[in-house]
Design a protein around this ligand. Structure first.
Ligand SMILES: O=C1O[C@H](COP(=O)(O)O)[C@@H](O)[C@H](O)[C@H]1O
Length: 222
């Protein structure tokens, strides 16, 4: 595991935001654009707050999502809504460069449409981690773990709900993958991954950078 450990979730978010801004500037400098996929859940909120304050070349940034809940975009459960409220409505990213997964559509239709909108290669995929080892919306024991293609509609029996998600092929095809993980609830999975002791979906993410806070890292061996 390539990992960095931060004292608090706030310090983690500030460091990740600084590196995001740096990578965005470097990508725009060398390729004229920065294509980034945001993650879902609650962890990215602090990152979004930190990013608002930084020098990011927003006019050249395109925003995608690595997963989404099958809900309308104004639902409190929508990953897009959190990103919109906390980041996208507060920075000058052009609206035409924000590509959301349409959680309000039939999931198979939404996945097929999103595949048409993705760029050739993403520069960065941001990911989180569930305490059951899921990342994006690739949950344990679900068909999507071995799905082909770039985006998949995944029925998750544990939630009795559909999710939309990048496949592992898509995640692993990006130039970079960063996992942002905070909180004691994730400490068991993080330890399993370090010791290669489990069989969690997140272990199928290749060569990721892990940003951990001390609570999530508490069971790691030095
Ligand atoms: O359901 C989800 O969970 C994971 C982890 O969420 P968090 O609230 O613990 O940060 C998240 O990475 C994923 O994108 C999301 O949809």
């Amino acid at each position: 595991m390539r990992q960095q450990i931060f004292a608090t979730p706030e310090k983690l978010a500030q460091a990740a935001a600084r590196e995001f801004a740096q990578l965005a500037r470097a990508s725009v400098g060398s390729r004229g654009a920065f294509h980034v996929a945001l993650s879902g859940g609650s962890t990215p909120k602090l990152l979004y707050c930190a990013l608002r304050e930084l020098d990011v070349p927003w006019s050249e940034v395109s925003i995608y999502f690595s997963d989404e809940r099958c809900v309308p975009p104004d639902s409190p459960d929508s990953n897009y809504k959190l990103a919109l409220d906390e980041l996208l409505s507060r920075v000058p990213v052009p609206a035409g460069q924000v590509f959301r997964l349409q959680g309000e559509l039939d999931p198979h239709e939404a996945a097929a449409r999103y595949q048409q909108q993705l760029p050739g290669q993403l520069d960065l995929v941001l990911l989180g981690l569930g305490d059951d080892g899921h990342t994006a919306s690739l949950f344990p024991d679900t068909a999507a773990l071995s799905a082909a293609g770039r985006v998949v509609a995944n029925f998750v029996p544990q939630l009795d709900a559909w999710r939309l998600s990048f496949t592992f092929d898509e995640i692993n095809s990006a130039r970079e993958r960063w996992l942002l993980v905070t909180g004691a609830a994730k400490a068991g999975v993080v330890r399993d991954v370090q010791q290669e002791a489990g069989s969690h979906p997140v272990e199928l993410v290749r060569d990721a950078r892990w940003f951990l806070d001390e609570s999530a890292a508490q069971n790691l061996h030095p």
